[in-house]
Design a protein around this ligand. Structure first.
Ligand code: 3AM
Length: 178
């Protein structure tokens, strides 16, 4: 009998907030989206994407996990102090005006390292951001958030399952700061 093709999973690397930061982000997101019409990101899904990987089989996932495990990682503080509206795709996001050096190294190291697993590197410069709302019906007027500091001490591999009501995310592996 032919063997089953190995199951593929839609995966991405992310900064994944713990409960305290997630609660603060959810509050920030509610305030930023108040009065706006669009598709808000559910509080449980708020995250910073480091690298979107797409659908992977077990072999490529193992290769990418090995790359992630080799990266030097130092903890850092991410100050989220910018709200931006992206007209091209009608998204509202919360981002960091300043990219901490350890985060630049992490995102750059991942992007470069994943090439050895056949991953096409991202050409756009990395912008640390959290998507708060999609499909806005018009640009927001007020774009001045209260800065929010997130002490980041690790990163995660996250599985995305697409469903009609929206994506479900689940952390499947973690790399704490060494
Ligand atoms: O973190 P943000 O919201 O910017 O838009 C998706 C989300 O980005 C993005 O990966 C993150 C987790 O799903 N994404 C989804 N499909 C993508 C694709 N084909 C993608 N990014 C690049 N290419």
């Amino acid at each position: 009998m032919p063997s089953e093709p190995s199951a593929r999973e839609r995966l991405f690397f992310a900064l994944w907030p713990g409960p305290t930061v997630r609660a603060a982000l959810a509050r920030q997101a509610r305030e930023a989206c108040a009065g706006l019409r669009g598709r808000p990101t559910p509080a449980d899904n708020l995250h910073v994407t480091l690298a979107f990987l797409g659908d992977l089989d077990a072999e490529r996932r193992a290769c990418m996990e090995a790359v992630a495990g080799r990266l030097p990682f130092e903890p850092f503080d991410l100050v989220l102090d910018r709200l931006e509206y992206v007209p091209r795709n009608r998204i509202l996001w919360l981002g960091a005006g300043e990219l901490p050096m350890p985060l630049a190294r992490l995102a750059g190291g991942l992007n470069a390292g994943l090439r050895e697993c056949g991953h096409e590197p991202e050409r756009r410069p990395f912008r640390a951001h959290i998507t708060l709302m999609r499909k806005l019906d018009r640009p927001p007027r007020h774009l001045a958030p209260e800065p929010l500091a997130w002490h980041v001490d690790g990163f995660a591999l996250v599985r995305s399952r697409l469903a009609p009501e929206g994506a479900h995310y689940e952390v499947v592996a973690r790399w704490p700061a060494g």
